[in-house]
Design a protein around this ligand. Structure first.
Ligand code: BGC
Length: 326
């Protein structure tokens, strides 16, 4: 990329031939992609989309697994900087580590796109070659609440005048988990519906933990549970296993909503085993991240307060499910 800018593509190809070396990539530059951990269902879809788009555009891409360890990810960022990457796309392990990450990339002067875990506007403001591409998590929470409001009894299956729910939360350090938890319930209370929280547990975005939490709560609260809110689909699929094992039937005696629109969840919504989900548009965010990266490479800088680019969430119900299935 840098060579291309200085000499133009034709000249660089001629130089490469003359020097009998193969340039890093035919068209693009080197891009380092840091994912918080590979073992995450949603981020797997996201990283595959990202890698495919960048490769198709001719970039030399290296995608690394942070293994949910911020120290490991800091090393990976440092390695990419040493290797002289032209741009970085980073899904931070911990949002609270944003300052360290931004400091590293700023010192090295690498244009950087942060994805999936949003820092604050103040944190990003220190570096103008930095942008966040993601979604506004409060929107997905509101949509989950609306999915419940759209049911025939607005979630009050037993007709006692209140909606009794359990909340299966993602990693509470993460803004997506915080806002989905808050706004799903807020949608109900804003609509004048009384709510009762039976339990709130962290499931860290993980299917097995979702299953375990739902299983324990179903044993403890039984028929009292009318709604299971899950901050993501993977935990909702786990909860569904527990719901079915407990002999309960979704959309008849219990409601279940997730976020992401993973293929597995779309199948369950279609089959009536999940009340609904919310599309967390991995492909849209990946293409937004690539576009923002190319703008940064083209010299664009971002002013404070304009460093977050959002892709919309979309409600997914049995009515519109076919639009989302492959
Ligand atoms: C997704 C989760 C995912 C998390 C990772 C969220 O936006 O909904 O499925 O585990 O991002 O940070």
């Amino acid at each position: 990329m840098k060579l291309r800018k200085l000499f133009g593509a034709a000249a660089v190809s001629a130089m490469a031939l003359a020097m009998a070396i193969v340039p890093a990539s035919a068209d693009g530059g080197k891009v380092g992609v840091c994912i918080y951990k590979f073992d995450d269902a949603f981020m797997t879809t996201y990283r595959n989309a990202l890698e495919e788009m960048l490769t198709e555009k001719g970039y030399e891409v290296s995608v690394v697994d942070g293994k949910n360890d911020q120290a490991e990810q800091n090393n990976q960022i440092n390695n990419f900087i040493t290797q002289g990457v032209d741009a970085l796309i980073i899904n931070p392990v911990m949002t609270s580590a944003a300052d360290q990450i931004i400091d590293l990339v700023k010192t090295a002067g690498i244009p950087t796109v942060l994805i999936n875990r949003e820092p604050t506007a103040e944190q990003m403001a220190v570096y103008d070659k930095l942008v966040y591409v993601g979604c506004d998590a409060s929107q997905s929470g509101t949509m989950q609440g609306e999915l419940i409001l759209d049911t025939e009894n607005k979630g009050d299956i037993n007709g006692d005048g209140k909606v009794s729910y359990i909340m299966i939360q993602g990693d509470p350090e993460n803004i997506d988990a915080q806002l989905r938890t808050e706004y799903s319930v807020k949608a109900l209370t804003d609509a004048g519906v009384e709510v009762e929280e039976l339990d709130l547990q962290r499931g860290d975005w993980d299917r097995a933990k979702g299953q375990e939490i739902a299983q324990n709560d179903l044993t403890k609260f039984g028929d009292e549970i009318e709604v299971v809110f899950s901050n993501n689909d993977d935990m909702a699929i786990g909860a569904l296993q527990a719901i079915q094992a407990a002999g309960r039937t979704v959309n008849e005696d219990i409601y279940l909503v997730g976020v992401d629109a993973l293929d597995a969840a779309l199948n369950e919504v279609k089959a009536g085993n999940m009340t609904g989900t919310v599309l967390n548009d991995a492909v849209g965010q990946a293409s937004g991240a690539v576009e923002a990266m190319e703008e940064l490479l083209g010299g664009k800088t971002y002013a404070e307060g304009e460093q977050s680019i959002y892709v919309d969430y979309v409600k997914v119900t049995p009515e519109n499910i076919d639009e989302f299935m492959n």
